[in-house]
Design a protein around this ligand. Sequence first.
Ligand SMILES: [Zn+2]
Length: 470
Amino acid sequence: MPYFRKTALFGLLILPLIASSSTSRAAGNGVNWDEVQKEALELFIQYLKIDTTNPPGNEIRAARFFAGICKREGIEHQVFEPSPGRGVIWARVRGDGSRRPIVLLNHSDVVPHSKEFWSVDAFSAAIKDGFIYGRGAMDMKSLGMAQFVTMLTLKRAKVPLKRDVIFLATADEEAGGLNGAGWFAKNHPELIKGAEFLFNEGGNNIVDSSGKVLSVGVGPSEKTPAWLRLTATGEPGHGSTPRANSSVNRLLRALNRLLDYTPPIQLTPVVEQSFRSVAQLMPPQQAAKYANLREAVKDPDFLRQLESDPFARSIIRNTISVTVLQGSNKINVIPPVATAEIDTRLVPGEKLDRWIAELRGVIKDDSIKIEPILSFEANDSPTDSELVKTVAAIVKQKFPEAVITYPVLAGFTDSHYYRDLGVMSYGFSPFVAPPRELGGGFHGNDERIGWKAYVEGVKFFYEIVEQLAR
Ligand SMILES: [Zn+2]
């Protein structure tokens, strides 16, 4: 698309945001937003330039970057190195202690990128056509920096807070978080003791191409991984004399049965609620179906239509993806062992043992070993909490036509570690812009964010946290 079209579109969608920002002067009184947003942009650029590709991570660089600013600003902080090169930073601006803390959680690692598919250097933080490019621009250095600038601004403006505001940037989220959020939750739960709320990635906002904000999401839950390894054994031999029950053959039969199997629909309350919240955006006939999903899925026509969407299909049941296969490493050798790794994902509330028993029933071969590689309990956070109400109230002021939705993620974030500690944790993104402004997507090529969408998001996030913490 030519440059002028981008700019014109950009101007249009930003106008309502800027107009609304001037009407909400109450938040951040005394804060010079032009200056804060300019600095937020500069800090974001510096942050994007830090290569924290996981593996190996090197998130200690990010932790030290934040620590440097905290030191200069007199913000209480601690840096941890869970294993060499991996870094976690915790920082806190104190409230008067009369209410419980809020945690702003983000991860500083980013996924690898393929140079040949990028039009710019992924760690140059190039600014082009109104966008800032960089690995992590969407996932999730933009939100991490919005969280940091929020804490920094509260501190500098000396906003009288009732709650502590805790900033926590952790490592290793993209590989399951065991060297980051998981490590922190296990080793330093005292540093977020008593926390009531936590903001994390995993929100989802819908804005149409004209810039009209249709919905702002506050995510109360997500599916949980149950990554499994299947191991088949059998008599080894020479490829010239096939064996019907070789390890590879057993494994393939088992996998075929899994591929032919569609796990049953399991509608948990949080998934039903998620569909109900989206119903408000639908034309009447469809809305009625979404509002009562339990009944609606009994209608085969509706179900067929619903399941044509891969996301909807995944969110209403446990899922199975066969991803890693290993047999012989030589073409004429029948190996004694063959393994497969399968990425299964469970609906919130599902139990691992029950699920493995279900899979055993499908596979019908007790000689195949099934072992978990990674799995968590999946918990929900309530949608009638003060945090959700605060977001809804500010959304109502800023985007009066938007509805609040409660998305359940098909993927997973670090939130489960903190839900397990009893902290109400939510996926929320303050970047409210049409999809094209949030370009390249999570983990995509040429990952980028419109810089105006970013700076407006910083302010939106600040307003919410300030209101909740005051
Ligand atoms: Zn992420």
